[in-house]
Design a protein around this ligand. Structure first.
Ligand code: HEC
Ligand code: HEC
Ligand code: HEC
Ligand code: HEC
Ligand code: HEC
Ligand code: HEC
Ligand code: HEC
Length: 391
């Protein structure tokens, strides 16, 4: 009995030391790959438990990182995972005890096999994969596509043969992660490419990606626990409408803009036009539904006639899994429309008719040999009347 208690105490003490030690590491300035101004998300948990707890379930948070074994396992077991090519070869998945490989086979011969090292995309709609080779992340041929619950040939990849060579550049990380350090390297006589420093990756979109560098805030609030108001952190609510929109637009105004300086440096309150080259935001007539939520919303009467921001409808701290929650958001402005009041309780949702799903023209998937185009469907953010969706 006494012995047990002693063991219990020792184990307890060890656990406590581990926890304290871990805290110290996590909140020690200078430990974050982004530099001493950043504290790292782990250091926010202690004081912002509710936000941190719910944020961990969002697709922003899960949008990149080492693949989660349980999700890979599930997609491996439940979804078709062979892609055929017109040269008679195929790519399939193969599981060993530790890893899942993407294997290229022709006439029973193994031509190429690479393991899944890194995942991009939460998998809500799609998840694509890459492997490390000489400091570069190269995209694998098979992507998981939730729309058809199947693995398909990666978007943009040719259908005549399996491809393992597209370099994932830091540009993907600027929207799908919080940081990676890159160095430019020569990839041919004229071409430039990049190497990425694996140990500097801050995966997912973390608190400081939106809220900006917060080490000073953490240090101050830790030293002054009796102070209940925030210091050394930008209040997003009190930014101008344009500044709030610019924050979301860093990643939601498309990836065809030329970058002037790295988007990792963007802090809330900054002007986005200083990061992209001039043609930013100029209203092309038909912005693609993929990634251009900002341009589409700008073309809506709702946007033009109100002070609407993305935050009018979205709370980025929580996973918004139920499209019904948006009816209340529409009604916060449309109480005076008789039609809208009637439609509130209809089976068809406001957004089914006014923000219908549309196929991206910029991005689609193909299933290899059959070359069948598989549409990538997204909500248009140009809120309006779409007669074809009324049926
Ligand atoms: C030692 C406690 C503590 C830590 C650690 C901490 N905060 Fe805070 N934070 C506060 C307090 C206190 C407030 C003011 C009350 C509130 O809004 O919750 C605050 C407020 C905020 C606000 C709202 C600011 C405003 O005026 O709207 C943001 C954003 C914020 N913190 C972000 C962070 C981030 C990001 C981290 C981690 C890098 C972090 N905090 C770590 C104590 C802390
Ligand atoms: C995708 C961008 C984004 C990320 C990531 C994010 N936030 Fe926020 N956060 C916002 C916005 C936008 C607001 C302002 C909401 C409003 O207008 O009321 C906000 C407000 C806050 C506030 C103040 C009021 C409130 O809603 O509680 C705190 C505190 C806060 N965030 C903490 C955090 C912490 C901690 C994390 C990481 C676990 C985090 N945020 C991640 C965008 C983000
Ligand atoms: C650093 C880049 C970045 C910033 C900043 C950012 N987002 Fe995102 N957002 C993404 C990416 C990438 C995805 C796709 C996540 C996935 O499913 O893999 C996404 C997805 C979303 C989604 C869909 C979530 C879901 O459940 O599928 C919404 C809504 C959204 N963002 C709104 C916002 C709003 C509002 C802001 C500003 C407060 C914002 N985002 C800021 C990159 C960003
Ligand atoms: C300018 C920002 C931006 C860049 C650059 C970018 N993406 Fe995205 N990506 C997004 C946004 C926003 C979404 C989610 C909504 C949408 O499709 O409009 C998304 C969605 C995705 C998804 C589906 C995630 C899901 O389940 O919803 C995958 C996979 C993906 N991107 C991979 C990549 C890869 C690989 C690269 C680099 C070749 C890349 N993206 C570059 C912004 C970006
Ligand atoms: C912040 C306030 C606000 C919110 C929230 C809002 N709207 Fe609007 N909406 C407006 C304003 C203002 C107009 C323009 C009214 C006018 O010009 O008479 C408008 C116009 C419209 C129109 C007419 C568009 C056209 O092209 O004729 C539709 C349809 C509409 N809204 C649907 C919606 C739906 C659906 C939602 C929810 C997803 C929504 N609105 C959310 C403010 C809002
Ligand atoms: C009037 C309400 C409203 C506003 C304002 C709004 N959204 Fe959305 N958003 C929606 C609805 C509704 C959906 C679909 C949700 C669903 O299907 O579960 C959505 C979905 C998304 C998605 C997921 C992609 C998809 O097609 O499913 C992203 C990303 C997103 N919004 C980003 C933004 C950004 C960035 C802004 C600001 C530029 C913004 N939204 C402003 C209502 C809005
Ligand atoms: C079955 C499809 C459908 C649904 C569901 C629907 N609408 Fe509409 N809505 C329409 C059509 C079609 C029009 C244009 C014809 C008209 O003016 O009646 C319209 C017009 C509007 C207008 C502009 C005219 C006006 O009455 O002010 C607004 C605002 C609007 N809808 C909001 C909403 C909101 C909010 C919801 C959800 C509560 C909703 N609608 C649900 C099809 C729909």
């Amino acid at each position: 009995m006494y012995r047990n208690r002693k063991i219990f105490l020792v184990v307890g003490l060890l656990a406590l030391i581990c926890i304290i030690f871990n805290r110290c590491i996590n909140s020690k300035a200078g430990n974050d790959p982004r530099g001493p101004l950043y504290a790292g998300s782990a250091s926010c948990i202690g004081c912002h438990k509710d936000v941190a707890g719910s944020y961990a379930h969002t697709n922003h948070f899960k949008t990149s990182g080492k693949p989660v074994d349980s999700i890979l396992e599930k997609n491996f077991n439940t979804a078709g995972h062979i892609s055929y090519y017109t040269d008679g070869s195929m790519v399939t998945l193969e599981k060993t005890r530790e890893y899942i490989y993407q294997v290229h086979l022709k006439n029973g011969n193994r031509l190429h096999a690479e393991k899944i090292d890194f995942a991009i995309g939460s998998g809500e709609k799609a998840q694509t994969y890459a492997y490390w080779k000489d400091g570069q992340l190269l995209q694998l041929p098979l992507t998981f596509f939730a729309g058809i619950r199947s693995w398909t040939n990666s978007p943009g990849y040719p259908t005549d043969q399996a491809f393992y060579d597209r370099v994932i550049l830091s540009r993907c990380f600027e929207c799908h992660a919080s940081f990676v350090e890159k160095t430019d390297v020569q990839a041919g006589s004229l071409q430039l490419s990049e190497k990425l420093a694996e140990q500097t990756i801050v995966p997912g979109i973390d608190c400081e990606r939106c809220h900006g560098a917060a080490a000073e805030h953490v240090a101050y609030q830790q030293k002054n626990p009796s102070v209940k108001e925030a210091k050394f952190i930008t209040s997003i609510k009190s930014l101008t409408r344009k500044q709030q929109l610019d924050l979301c637009s860093t990643c939601h105004s498309g990836n065809d803009l030329d970058v002037q300086r790295t988007l990792f440096a963007f802090q809330p309150g900054d002007t986005l036009a200083n990061y992209y080259f001039p043609h930013f935001g100029e209203g092309k007539p038909n912005p693609d539904v993929h990634g251009k939520q900002m341009q589409l919303l700008q073309q809506s009467k709702c946007f033009a006639g109100s002070q609407m921001t993305c935050g009018t409808c979205h709370n980025t701290h929580v996973a918004e899994n139920d499209p019904k929650i948006f009816v209340a958001k529409c009604m916060s402005c449309h109480q005076s429309s008789k039609h809208a009041v009637q439609q509130q309780t209809a089976v068809k949702n406001c957004i089914d008719c006014h923000m219908p799903l549309q196929a991206s023209k910029a991005l689609d998937f193909n299933n290899g040999k059959e070359r069948k185009r598989i549409p990538y469907l997204l909500r248009t953010h140009r809120i309006g009347v779409y007669l074809e969706s009324v049926k």
